[in-house]
Design a protein around this ligand. Sequence first.
Ligand code: AMP
Ligand code: MG
Length: 393
Amino acid sequence: MIEEGEARRQILKNIQALPARRVPILQALDGFAAEDCLARLPLPNFDNSAMDGYAVAASSCRAGERLRVIGEQPAGVDRRLRVSAGEAARIFTGAPMPGGADAVVMQEDVTRNGDEIVLNVDVDTGEFIRKRGCDLSEGQKILSKGERIRAATLALLASQGFSEVRIGGEVDVAIISTGDELVKPGTTIKSGQIYESNSVLLQALLQRCNATVRAVENCPDDQHSLSEALKRGIRYHVLIISGGVSVGEHDIVKSTLLSLGAKIEIWRVDIKPGKPFLFGQAGGCAVFGLPGNPVSTFVTFLQFVRPAVLKMMSASDGELAPTKVTAQSEVDLHNDGERAHYLRGRFENGKFLTVGRQESHALFGLSRSNALLRLAPGELVKKDAVVELQLWD
Ligand code: AMP
Ligand code: MG
């Protein structure tokens, strides 16, 4: 049995980023930048008005002053107006500042009479002007290699004139659910059978990682069927096998993988749930064997498969860890076992409370949870102590 952190390190050591690709920016959401991106333009690209109002030379502007309106400067064209003392130019939000003007007075702060305005306020230099480059300088880094691309990142790229961006490769995944007892949802079930749910869980979790599931199949626990299914599955970048990795006579995943020439790098990790976890390589495929109990599948996916998939997508090391928050435990918690225990619970209003039965088959409790708390072997958490949680939603 191997220690959890060591298992993760060993997996990641065996995983390489896939070749990068150039995609239209909207397809890059939740992908990872394959290279640094630098600003092509300052933002804003020219001094412009932050308000609808009047562009003025501030030094000649005291409350009560009358100014002559010499023209109108809308957004979208530069009318190349010039404003002198005693003058104003009508201006709109986002419009370029006329020459000679160094402030904008809000239209709410003037009274207009024909070609004249009367100022109702004093005006300070620089007021309501968005200066060229105040947000971003040309050449400044706007996206780092390995950084996740979010909605606002896409907007920033668009604002810089990028229509495409280079991101990490698309990760193709196959899923095999093993077990003689499994039946597809939507069909009738006989005594002793269960509905297959892990492939649904895995597909949803993979979708959240932006990986592409190419093949999903159920497979009975017989060596021939499994061997054929594995041969199909290892044609993809990643193969995830659910069930059949434990020590019973029907747990034939490991032996069947070995019979196909796969290299098993890891089998059994000191976490609960998820001890029988397996990782290996077959050809160029990263093979993950996840224990079939739904909570074990869930925990081992998040701790081991997700970081590997993200690394393949060119995520930086900092992006591989799950989102973490701190919370106050609402109860005493104790791990009296010898493996790290991932407790499922709810994080709400800064507090954490475990939910449901903390057993590896207990899917209902997991479905009500939104956070994992890792308790190290022997760890004791007193009520109100601050703990660190992993979030997944
Ligand atoms: P295994 O890891 O194959 O020993 O399975 C452990 C437990 O998880 C058994 O109770 C299985 O019935 C259950 N299980 C295995 N695979 C699935 C699956 N795909 N969906 C739901 N439950 C499963
Ligand atoms: Mg099984």
